[in-house]
Design a protein around this ligand. Structure first.
Ligand code: AMP
Ligand code: MG
Length: 420
């Protein structure tokens, strides 16, 4: 039984990020939200594109206004109005000013902005009642934010609203992003049926297929649902082969980067997974991890595919996904940062208990209260069979090995369970 930290390190070590040459696709700007940039973006444009005004006011020559005051205002001739989107036609000469609005292009000849509040307009002249603090005041210079040709956005970042704004401003309309990581999902068990089938005694619905597909999609990967596989070694072997090399099968899916199976990895009579993996030439690295729920976890590697055999128990399957599979998918997806499990420290509002033999993950809710994180475990039974009270939670509170009791008010580690 491997400690969780060691299992995490071993798994993440085995994950290779997608290739910046081969695993790239071009998507439209409109479709790039939440995708991961696969090559640096440069721009032909300076930002700002030209010198412009940061305020509403007047573009002037500093020399003309540097000594003015309310008693002795500088009197300047207003030669032009420069609204947004307008190219100034005139050059500001000594004794002149141009009316200018925020973001508008600086006229030649002027070097400084006098803000509107320090002026008094009189028909074709303006009185400047207070000098600007310094030459160039309130002028935003061409290229001050970014210079053409320099990298604008770097490989491995997630494209959210600010990055999309930058791409649009730089006129990038075809964006190179990493392809989605393909994750095959298969559920093992003779007792499993799909949700629309009527349940016979002893049967249960294959909820893991749906939950795992949702988790995979939530972090930007592509779920490939392989359905229910009976507890029959040959069928399971076929399903794994099909996930690994679907070219040889009738289905038109591509080979998976990661295979997730649930069920059949404990020491029950029908637990074939480990044996089949060995037969197919996988290297098995992990057979069990010292966490609760989730002890029976298999991790194996094929040359181009990672294999996670998750416990069948629905809560254990999700906890092991959040703890080990999610970081692996995120690292594989090409993210430069932010793929590691996100642990924070929070005060628990209730006593927490564990048997002390394994690291325990208790599901519940994290919230911000008075500026600090606060964790409240889900009500009812925290048995690993209790799928129902997992709904509505957003975090897992951790009770360390050898600890059996955490008192309300104590600070604990909490794993955030939602997306990237
Ligand atoms: P196993 O890991 O195969 O021993 O399964 C452990 C428990 O999880 C059993 O009660 C199974 O019926 C249940 N289980 C296994 N696979 C699934 C699944 N795909 N969806 C829901 N429950 C499952
Ligand atoms: Mg089973």
């Amino acid at each position: 039984m491997l400690p969780a930290q060691e299992a995490e390190a071993l798994i993440l070590e085995a994950v290779q990020a997608l290739d910046v040459q081969q695993d790239v696709e071009l998507v439209e700007l409109e479709a790039c939200h939440d995708r991961i940039l696969a090559s640096p973006v440069t721009s032909r444009l300076d930002f700002p594109h030209w010198d412009n005004s940061a305020m509403d006011g007047y573009a002037v020559r500093f020399e003309d206004v540097k000594t003015c005051s309310a008693d002795q205002p500088a009197v300047l001739e207003v030669i032009e109005e420069i609204p947004a989107g307008y190219q100034p036609q005139k050059s500001v000469q000594p004794g002149q000013a141009a009316r200018i609005l925020t973001g508008s292009v600086m006229p030649t000849g002027a070097d400084t902005i006098v803000i509107q509040e320090h002026t008094q307009r009189q028909a074709k002249t303006v009185l400047v009642l207070e000098p600007p603090s310094e030459p160039q005041a309130f002028v935003r210079h061409q290229g001050a934010f970014h210079q053409a040709g320099e990298p604008l956005l770097s490989t491995g970042i997630v494209l959210k609203a600010p990055e999309i704004a930058v791409l649009a401003a730089a006129q990038c309309v075809q964006i190179p992003v990493f392809r989605r990581v393909r994750v095959a999902i298969l559920s093992t068990g003779d007792e499993l049926v799909s949700p629309e089938q009527s349940l016979q005694p002893g049967q249960i619905v294959d909820s893991n297929q749906y939950a795992l597909a949702a988790l995979v999609a939530e972090i930007g990967a592509e779920p490939i649902t392989m359905g229910i596989v009976q507890d029959d070694p040959d069928r399971l072997k076929d399903a794994i082969i099909q996930s690994l090399a679907p070219e040889s099968s009738a289905t038109a899916i591509q080979s998976a980067d990661i295979i997730l199976s649930s069920g059949g990895v404990s020491v029950g009579d029908y637990d074939y997974v480990d044996r089949i993996l060995a037969e197919l030439g996988a290297e098995i690295h992990i057979r069990s991890v010292a966490i609760k729920p989730g002890k029976p976890l298999t991790f194996a590697t094929f040359p181009n595919t990672l294999y996670f055999g998750l416990p069948g128990n629905p809560v254990s399957a999700l906890v092991t996904f959040w703890r080990f599979v999610q970081p692996a998918i995120l690292k594989r997806s090409g993210l430069a940062h932010g793929w590691k499990p996100r642990f924070i420290r929070a005060v628990t509002t209730q006593d927490l208990r564990s048997d002390g033999r394994r690291e325990s993950y208790l599901w519940g809710n994290i919230e911000i209260f008075d500026g600090s994180y606060r964790f409240t475990p889900a009500g009812g039974s925290s048995s690993s069979g209790n799928l129902i009270n997992l709904a509505g939670t957003n975090a897992l509170g951790v009770v360390a090995i050898a600890q059996t009791h955490v008192k309300a008010g104590d600070t604990i580690q909490v794993l955030l369970t939602h997306g990237k």
